[in-house]
Write a protein that binds this ligand. Structure first.
Ligand code: PRP
Length: 211
């Protein structure tokens, strides 16, 4: 298992339970969507623990006191398509977040990412950015996404994944030591088609019924 300091495994009975539903090939589309949404909630709760905060003085009904606010607006960036499966869950906890989109698909022959749609807010440097993608396999799509976000000025980036594979984790944690990565599980390997094993199959196809 990777010992990178910027990898955080979100592990506990509840995340394991959601992951068990996601991994099971018998899980129908509706249940798969629901479990992905719920796992996203758990992961956002964990990833926001390391967000910077700023103090603010307010009054309770009794006295003046100091509270903390997350410092800066949040931008959620789902990687299409599968990342959309985590968006609702993330928005449930961060309802005022801005949403940007990265459209990438993996070429089935080469497993290399092909960009087909990008729509990000201006002034990305002002935002705390959370990237959503259920699968981190070779790390090609995620690395391209992070490069693009940095090009656009993003300075605080965290990435959330249901399942990551050891080779992809090794790559992205090395290439982006300034980014934090959260996964509910780190699986040991990729097969000859670069699918995560044991994994959960193709998350996009399972979310949208395009099997
Ligand atoms: C999957 C997944 C990631 C990517 C991971 O998307 O959701 O974006 O592959 O692979 P990598 O780490 O090797 O780059 P896919 O290309 O299947 O597109 P989809 O979400 O539209 O199904």
């Amino acid at each position: 298992m990777s010992e990178a300091k910027n990898l955080f495994v979100v592990d506990g009975p509840l995340s394991r339970h959601k992951l068990a539903v996601l991994r099971d090939e018998r899980t129908p589309t509706t249940d798969f969507r629901q479990a992905m949404r719920e796992l996203a909630l758990i992961m956002v709760a964990e990833a926001t623990r390391r967000m910077p905060t700023r103090p603010e003085r307010i009054r309770t009904p009794l006295v003046e006191t100091e509270v903390e606010q997350i410092s800066g607006p949040v931008c959620l960036v789902p990687v299409l398509r599968a990342g959309l499966g985590m968006l609702d869950g993330a928005l449930a906890l961060l309802p005022r977040a801005t949403v940007g989109f990265m459209g990438l698909r993996r070429d089935e022959e080469t497993a290399l990412p092909v960009e087909y749609y990008v729509n990000l807010p201006r002034n990305l440097e002002d935002y705390l950015v959370l990237v959503l993608d259920p699968m981190l396999a070779t790390g090609g799509s995620l690395s391209a996404t992070i490069d693009k976000l940095k090009e656009e000025g993003a300075a605080w980036i965290s990435c959330l994944h249901a399942v990551a594979a050891e080779p992809g984790v090794e790559r992205v944690t090395r290439e982006h030591p300034d980014v934090n990565f959260y996964a509910a599980a780190v699986d040991p390997e990729l097969d000859e088609r670069s699918f995560i094993v044991p994994g959960l199959g193709d998350a996009g196809d399972r979310l949208y019924g395009t099997l």
